[in-house]
Design a binder for this molecule. Sequence first.
Ligand code: IPM
Ligand code: MN
Length: 398
Amino acid sequence: MAAYRIIALPGDGTGREVMNEALKVLGVFQENGPIDFEIKVIPCGGQHYLETGEQWPEGSFEICRDESDAILLGAIGWPEARLPNGDVAGGEVILGLRSGLDLYANVRPVKLYKGVNHKVHGVHKEIWDSSLVDLVMVRENTEGLYHSLLRRMAQSAVGKKDEKLVIEKFPGLEGEFRWDPRPISRNGSERIHKFCFELAERRSIKLGVPQSVTCVDKSNVLRGCQLFRSIFREVAESYPGIEAKEAYIDAFTMWLVRDPEDLDVVVLPNMFGDIATDLASVLQGGMGMAASANLGDHHMMFEPVHGSSPKHAGKNRVNPIAMLSSLQLMLENLAIRHNDSVLEEFGNVLQESISQHLSSNGPKTYDIGGQGTTSEVGDAIASRVAHLLTADEKGSQR
Ligand code: IPM
Ligand code: MN
């Protein structure tokens, strides 16, 4: 019997609750199919740090690296849980694994299921009636990623010789400041672009519709983004069958909300991807629906895009579907990596169960307009999985 080693990292807050539902559903696959999932649960995160003084037990990184076929993560982050140096407690788990296991592709599907209200186009009337949108956005305009460019421009504007005037006119960083370099490399860009074109090729076949890849960056301003885009163009030449499109991140945010149907695969540098995927989740019904895979050449980790939501923690009310869809991505990607057709079928069964559940009258959580609890939704999807698996079984015996 095939066996897969799964490490479960529940983490903080609601991460623990949605992980319970994922393990419940995985248990149904285990009971009704010919695959053994060897599950090891490791406590971790900010709450664990507050309780024990460590982010996870010593040796956990090595276990994840050397003794897992896939890692499932709930959520990391808890208010006040900070390391003495100010960094987020639990960062060693989520960021340590992303970086330490070289999980270079953070894949975040944005899919609106039938039965789920699109949060932008689906609830206009309520938004208008209650004036929910009433805000002022203020952009700091002198520092951050733009600082060095502004400085270069100032120097060229007043003349390099007059350094004193430059300092007087543009005081820049004399006082206290923090500096976060934002390196973007040829190797890092090349592999993520290749990953995206290959994904677009697979999706074109699977969906029967030609898929494009859109490169999103700020290459009109930033050096790193210029490298990112020029390598995108180089890589695109090797995939003449896939349309290559380009956008600047600022205009992209508008297109994403206005015309999401024009986009297929989208590739973004890390920080822009972090921000734009939270925005994109709104188009699929919110963060309770957004799943992700962190894939490298040798390891993989799956997690919902949402965080630990301290204000909802312990109330059995958050949506477990982002976590269950992450589990679906795990089954799908393990199947590809191990060329395992049973796992592929498991992935399809879970996809179908989630989709059937959402268009049914079954329990839904508050975020998508229902009154159901986390565990009720998990139970409902688990029983659909059991039902589909036994139907499959009967079908294959006939
Ligand atoms: C995410 C999160 C993380 C990130 C945090 C928790 C470090 O926001 O997965 O999007 O910034 O990547
Ligand atoms: Mn994020």
